[in-house]
Structures are given as structure tokens and as C-alpha cells.
Design a protein around this ligand. Sequence first.
Ligand code: AMO
Length: 424
Amino acid sequence: MRILAKDIEKNVDSEVEVAGWVHRIRELGGITFIILRDRSGVVQLVLEHAPDLSVESVIRVRGIPVRNEKAPGAVEIPVKTWECLSRASADLPFQVNGRLNRTRLDALLENRVLSLRNLQIRAIFKIQATIIESFSAYLRAQDFTEIKTSKIVSGGTEGGTNLFQVEYFGKKVYLAQSPQFYKQIMVASGLERVFEIAPAYRAEKHDTPRHLNEYVSMDVEMGFIDSEKELIELEKNLLAAVFEAVARNNAPELALWQAHVPDPDAILKSPIIPYEEARQIAQAGTSNRLFDINPEAERLICEWSVRENGSDLVFVNEFPRRHRPFYTYPLDASLTMSFDTLFRGLEISTGGRRQHDYQALLDTLPKFGLKPDDLKDYLEIFQYGCPPHGGFAVGCERLTARILGLANVKEASLFPRDRKRVTP
Ligand code: AMO
């Protein structure tokens, strides 16, 4: 029976079979040392001859593990028999088993089959899996129901400029920018509390380190709230649970990036700053004139939060009406019950309370250049009894990237889509 590299120690002195990729080959005085890599880690194999093998080939071997202080994990397997299950080309575009921090991002993304084998790169996606799992687990424990909604829609929810148009049986439709309207429908349907983790599409024309054209949106929506502050409390607890799970499950992966997650207690004490105050905090740190909270302001506000509060996370609420979509609930004539979440210099989430009053929505639409006919299905939600409600969405890749300190959000996407890239 095949065992994993991580279990070799428990099997010293009894014959085992291991299988995986040839991570490294080294010859020394007529003996060949092979480091074999499987999904659990690595183990050293010892052969008394030089096998005809290239790195990254897939092999299966049998032997009896013995202790050797010099081997990784202090155990190695003198090989009795081996077979090559799949041979790798000797001509690799980069060295998979080394550090890839000097390899161009384009090369890593174009050769995903190989770059994802690198342990440091694989660590990104092990951590991302924990983020998704703990996000879901926390919300389920708070009585939220997981939903999956269509990504083929008839219009935009976040403004009309960055929609991908799709040909659909002779009709023009779009890829969903967000499950915004569907999650609101599900609150009104009586589920009250829902969440969805799914791709969202943005036809952003620019190439920046914070934008993808397809990203994983982690959406939350809940009924019976009075203000965005209840959503902020939920998000603090949710992120604290996510950070706690990453610290518990992914210590080796964090170590490969010399990264750490924030202390969950500090997260629970994260400050909430009204928009105008936040803008002024940022303005005090730059000679550039800040007309809104742009990427530079996000960075400055986060630096302030670390300095003044010791918190990597900061919430900015009470955004002016002009900065928010039509569905946002007003706080007064000019401000809204909305917020952004900034984490280590980057906006990772946006949310707010929604307008649930039918007449108030009808009155708002013209101010956004919208007509009731364009939003017929959406407006229906509010004609048949809808509780006060709100929600938020966290960008999965942005959260992953900020935990690990990645320079570009594309690094946190398995198969990123940007203006030029649709393969692999
Ligand atoms: P918003 O458009 O601010 O809000 O998006 C929410 C979060 O999603 C992530 N995100 C992106 N990540 C990578 N590339 C992109 N192009 C991109 N666009 C957005 C960010 C962002 O903070 N419907 C509202 C949410 C709500 O109110 O519930 C919405 O989609 O992390």
C-alpha cells in the first residue's frame, strides 16, 4: 500500500511504497540521492546506481525506511525497486524546486502546470483553501445558508461600465459583476441569511496589481439589520475566525512566505472611521490632493491604523452617496450606511445596508440615470415584503494576497484572467 512522505517516520523498518515527483537528484560517490515530493511533503530515496531519470518525472518506489540524521526528516528509503510512471521533459522553463522570486510573473502564469508544483506557490492555494473553508464554516455556524446563483445576467449591478457581454441564443446578456441582486432576493425569499462563494466578472480595462477580470467573490447578505455597523461586527468576527484557522492549519505554508496572520483579538478591536475623517487622515500623509479614498489613501489609512491602534484591519464607513451604487441605504441627505474594509494597505471588501423601501428606490433611480423598466426584476423584491437588510463581499484573491504579502493579486489566482490572458 502507498504511504505518504509525511508518514515515513512511523514506518521505519517495514517495507513501504511511495510515489510522487522527482524533486531533486544528487549523485555522490556512486550513490544517487533523490528527493521525492508528494502532496504531503518530501522524502529522501537512496539508489546504488544512477537511474535514467529527469527532475519532475513521476515515479513509484519500494523499500524499507531507515533512520539517517542527515536526511530531511531524519529518515530515508534505500530503494529496492522503482518504476517511472511518467517521464518529464528534461527541458524545464524554470527550476521548479528552487525559489521562484526572480522568475517573471508571466513565466509562472504561462507555465502553471509547473509553477504550481513549487512548494512556495502551492502554499498560496493551501492557504486559500483554508480561507474558503473557514469563511463558510463560520457563516454556517451563524445560521447562514450557502447559495449558488447564475453568472449569466441581463444587466449590471455595480454600474454599467465594466460588463462582459456574451452572445446568448441571439440575445445580448452579461457575465455577473456580483451576485448582489440574487443575494438580496434570497434574503427576501425568507432565508434571511445567505452566503455565496463564486466567480465574479469585471471587464476592467487596466492592468493593476489589484485587479483581475475574474475573481472569487465571497458574498454575505443578512436580513433584519438597522445599520452597516452590524455588518462590520459580523465581518470582524468572520475575519478573526478565518485568521485563526489559517494560523492553526497553515503554519508551514505561512513560514514559506515568512508571513503571519493578525492576532484575532486585534481584529475584533479594529477601528471604524467615517469616510471624511479617513480621507483627512490620509491627506495628512501626502502632498498629493486626495479627492477620494484612492489606493494611496488606502495605504496611508492602514499605516495610520497600525500606528495608532495596532490593527492591520480598518473599516471606513459613511461613504458619500456619489461613491456608492443606487441600492445603498442613505444615512442622511449626502451620506450612506456603507463601508469598505482595508487590510494591510488594500480594500478587501465593500458592503452596506440596502434600500428596501420600494418608493424610496423609485425616487433614487433617476439620480443614477436608471429607469424602473431596466430594473423590473430587482424592484419586484421590494413589492412583496422585504426586511431591512445588508451585506458585504470579500475578494478572495485580495485577502489571500494581503495575508502573504504578494505583490500582485494575480499570484493568488490559480488561472488568472487579465486583458491578455485566457490560457491556461
Ligand atoms: P465591490 O465592487 O467593491 O462591491 O467588490 C467587492 C470586493 O470584491 C473584490 N473585487 C475585486 N478583486 C479583484 N479584481 C477585481 N476586479 C475586483 N473587483 C472587486 C474586492 C472588493 O472589495 N456588490 C458589492 C458588495 C456588497 O455590497 O455586498 C460589490 O461587488 O476585494
